[in-house]
Structure formats: structure tokens, C-alpha cells
Design a protein. Structure first.
Length: 216
């Protein structure tokens, strides 16, 4: 485990059987993940992107640098993440789920460390001047390729722009398995690009026709 990781995080990871990092995770650490640098991670599904986000958020929270916000595209995914993180980090820091009710600043979130929400919800919280936002030091943007989505992209782009303005020192961790222009996006985010092709299960490409699959 890396020496810059808080001991509490090392203990959590060890209990999960994590003894060494996957290639993308090590690349992110080498790129300054644990020193507060902005990171854009573009790696295959199941390559370990979520743990990269957890390391950044957990370190900031446990070292008293501020809250972390984890942005996901869907309410169902937000609920799933909140459930997983509450179980995983029980006793270390407080996890909250914030979705729906776009007419509230959710003042109760002042008492939580890791807040999981959709882009639309966080946009609403900013517009309602949620007082706890000034304590946010880390923002994770999951599925950041949705910037290119016709319906959700504009909201996400404006949201990231606003966050960079109102939180000039915030660390942004952006995650995606599919980005067509990662270099351009990394420049816009002022982030270091982490790319890797490793995946836990080999990917085989083939064509299905008439009940048969012919692989390349």
C-alpha cells in the first residue's frame, strides 16, 4: 500500500483482500491522485476506477481537508453507491445520499462527509446556495463521457464549470470507460490523463450470425 494513504483506508482495503493496486490505480497514484491533482481516468469496465475515487475522497475526508461529492448519472446508481459505501466505510466517515427534491439546499448534509448525488441534484444545490458546499474539497464525476450526451451533457458541463469557479482548489476525479477525445477533455479539466487497457477478463470480439459466433 502507498505510504500517502491514511492507515484507516489501508485497513479497509486489506480487509477486502486488496494487497496490490491494479495498473490504472497505480498510474493514478503516480499521477498525483494522493497529492490533490486533478485526474481523468479512461480505462475499461471493472479495471478499478471506483477505488481510485475512493482513495482520493477518503484521504481528503480522513485528513480533514474537506467533504467529497460523488456525482453519478442515475438515481438508481446513486442509491447503489451510497449503500455500498455506507457498509464499507461504516465508522470511518458519514455517507449521505442526496437525490430528488430540487427545491431544497439539504442543510442536513453539513453533517456528512461523502455525499452521493446526480448532476441535476448538485446543480440544484448550487443554485440554492447550499452552505456546506464551501467545505467540499474533492469532486468525483462518474461516467464523465456523458458530457457528450444531448440531454444530460449541458447540465454536467455547466456543473463542472461552476464547481471550478466556486471551489478553485477542488480536486476533480473524472471517470469513464469510453471517451472519444480524452486528451481534449483532460485539458479542459486541467487534469492528468490516466489511460490503461488492462481488464480483469479478456475481451474477445466476434460476429454473431445464424446461431454461430465467429471470433476475430
Amino acid at each position: 500500500m502507498h505510504s500517502d494513504l491514511p492507515p484507516q483506508l489501508k485497513d479497509v482495503f486489506s480487509k477486502q483482500g486488496i494487497t496490490e493496486f491494479r495498473p490504472a490505480q497505480q498510474k493514478a497514484i503516480d499521477a498525483g491522485l494522493l497529492q490533490g491533482k486533478n485526474i481523468l481516468v479512461c480505462t475499461p469496465t471493472a479495471s478499478g476506477k471506483t477505488l481510485i475515487a475512493e482513495m482520493a475522497a477518503g484521504k481528503a475526508i480522513l485528513e480533514g481537508k474537506g467533504k467529497a461529492v460523488y456525482i453519478v448519472p442515475l438515481v438508481a446508481l446513486a442509491s447503489e453507491k451510497a449503500k455500498d459505501f455506507k457498509k464499507k466505510y461504516d465508522g470511518l466517515f458519514k455517507v449521505a445520499l442526496s437525490v430528488g427534491d430540487f427545491d431544497s439546499s439539504d442543510p442536513h448534509l453539513m453533517d456528512y462527509d461523502l455525499i452521493i448525488c446526480t448532476a441535476e441534484k448538485l446543480d440544484s444545490l448550487i443554485r440554492h446556495h447550499a452552505p456546506w458546499l464551501r467545505f467540499v474539497s474533492t469532486v468525483i464525476v462518474d461516467e464523465v463521457h456523458l458530457l457528450n450526451d444531448v440531454s444530460r451533457g449541458p447540465t454536467l458541463e455547466i456543473l463542472i464549470t461552476l464547481l471550478k469557479k466556486i471551489l478553485p482548489q477542488v480536486q476533480i476525479i473524472a471517470l469513464s470507460a469510453t471517451i472519444g477525445n480524452p486528451e481534449e477533455l483532460a485539458t479542459w479539466l486541467e487534469a492528468t490523463l490516466v489511460k490503461d487497457s488492462w481488464r480483469p477478463v479478456p475481451l474477445h470480439k466476434g460476429v454473431y450470425f445464424d446461431g454461430k459466433i465467429e471470433f476475430e
